[in-house]
Design a protein around this ligand. Structure first.
Ligand code: AMP
Ligand code: ZN
Length: 466
């Protein structure tokens, strides 16, 4: 029985989908104004793990992830570069998918772009106006928070206080609002050059929150199962999504809200504005592997904060190298016929513990501990009394099942890996002959990050795995 912490109730609840066997969920995806940092990817990977686990447990999933391809930052950047916003964002959309695929995330069923759903947003805003939840002011349209008494039910925000802000994305509107807490649904252009759409509700561009209400309801229905996102989105983004969607339909919008804690750097949230971030590309350029980064990002449960350090990342890199080696050795191991009962129980125990961890609010550290316990037991057998045929089949299947969710074992290709190492060693030797010691050191560090130690001997370079 899968239990998740629902932000709406503040409690751990059994997850039951509206339609048996079908889970519909929405994840607030990237704003494609720049490369994503690994904090963003921690959340994307958490969503991927949930997706994969729901599938493992037999649900058919419909997973929607939006791409925010219009906002103030994008418009400013596009204007700076003298290009249309679509031309500006394309590069970052392509980069996002490249990183997302490399990090072993399965693509969602639908990945709608905000700019391609303007009519749906306009329709929703018109509905809110009809129902008195929205009003025009100076050509812009705002949500009237006092028209929705349940406002605050997700974030438990105190309505009496001043609730403006709370996020990096505070509206910078300078128009007149009835109430300081009201937020923009539709923004009139500040000048004639600004990106804007002509619509029945006037010329303008959408506010950020409306896109998620419009696109999630379009693809998942007015009420759907699960909504995911980073903890920073609880207020105001998700609170506003509820006000918009429930204001328009009069129905419950989302049944379970799940929020991921942040990736931190020295106690501070990793973010572009703080400048304390690493992109996936920064780290692969330093020789870290996508699987190592994925392992690191899911090594702590998504509901707990994770602190970024290079030491921890190097540790993850070593761990995934040993998992990859382990699976390769298991697959190559010679066997004798029959079955060893102790090892049979170990495989069953690993699967039970893995699922118990995942069922408990997606606790990936318990799930990973089950994997490590299993590899330890099997290693002892591989080193000693020999492996039985039935156990081998069963163990490979158990690891396959677990890795269909965690996806941290990487591809079992030891030969290719060896060749790759040799190529880098040759390149390092050449660099040293050219007296390019910086390049030589860089290659040595790259290899070290992948768990390969070099030894310069009088007969040449030897290497070994840590
Ligand atoms: P953005 O591109 O800022 O719209 O963010 C995309 C996703 O990343 C959202 O679900 C955010 O909540 C999430 N996010 C942003 N910063 C972090 C962080 N430091 N750690 C984990 N998730 C984050
Ligand atoms: Zn959203």
């Amino acid at each position: 029985m899968l239990r998740i912490h629902n932000t709406l109730s503040g409690q751990l609840e059994e997850f039951r989908s509206m339609v048996e066997g079908e889970a519909k969920f929405y994840y607030c995806g990237p704003t494609v104004w720049d490369y994503g940092h690994i904090g963003n990817f921690r959340s994307a990977i958490a969503a991927d793990v949930i997706r994969r686990y729901l599938k493992l447990k037999g649900w058919r999933v419909t997973h929607v992830m939006n791409l925010t391809d219009v906002d103030d930052r994008i418009m400013a950047k596009a204007q700076e570069s003298g290009v249309a916003i679509d031309d500006y964002t394309q590069k970052y959309i392509d980069a996002f998918w490249e990183d997302f695929d490399a990090l072993g995330c399965e693509r969602p069923e639908v990945a709608p772009r905000a700019t391609q759903h303007i009519p749906e947003m306009v329709e929703l805003i018109a509905k809110l106006e009809q129902r008195d939840h929205a009003y025009k002011s100076d050509g812009s349209i705002y949500y009237r928070i006092k028209s929705f008494p349940e406002y605050g039910k997700l974030s438990k925000i105190n309505l009496a206080g001043n609730i403006e802000g709370g996020s990096e994305r505070v509206d910078t509107d300078k128009y007149e609002k009835e109430d300081a807490r009201d937020f923009a649904l539709w923004k009139a252009p500040n000048n004639p050059e600004e990106t804007a759409w002509d619509a029945s509700i006037g010329r303008g561009r959408p506010g950020w929150h409306i896109e998620c209400s419009a696109m999630s309801m379009k693809y998942l229905g007015e009420t759907f199962d699960l909504h995911l996102g980073g903890i920073d989105l609880v207020f105001p983004h998700h609170e506003n999504e509820i006000a918009q969607s429930e204001g328009a339909t009069g129905k419950q919008f989302v049944r379970y809200w799940l929020h991921f804690e942040h990736l931190k750097v020295e106690g501070e949230t990793m973010s572009k504005s703080k400048g304390n971030y690493y992109t996936f590309r920064d780290l692969t350029a330093q020789g870290f592997s996508a699987t190592g980064i994925r392992y690191f990002l899911l090594s702590v449960p998504c509901r707990k904060q994770l602190n970024f350090t290079f030491d921890a990342l190097r540790g993850a890199e070593k761990t995934v190298a040993s998992l990859r080696d382990f699976r390769a050795r298991l697959e190559e191991a010679k066997t004798e016929p029959g079955r060893d009962d102790a090892l049979h129980s170990a495989a069953e125990r690993a699967l039970t513990e893995f699922e118990a961890g995942m069922d408990d609010d997606l606790n990936t550290s318990v799930a990973l501990a089950a994997v490590h316990d299993l590899t330890r037991e099997v290693n002892t057998v591989l080193a000693g009394r020999g492996l039985r045929e039935e156990n081998k089949r069963e163990l490979i299947a158990a690891i396959g099942r677990i890795d269909s969710v965690l996806n941290v074992f990487g591809d079992p290709q030891p030969q290719i890996l060896d060749a790759e190492i040799q190529k880098l060693i040759d390149e390092r030797q050449e660099a040293r002959h050219r007296r390019d010691f910086d390049r030589g050191d860089e290659i040595r560090d790259q290899l070290a990050a992948r768990g390969i130690i070099l030894e310069d001997t009088k007969d040449g370079v030897r290497w070994k795995r840590k």
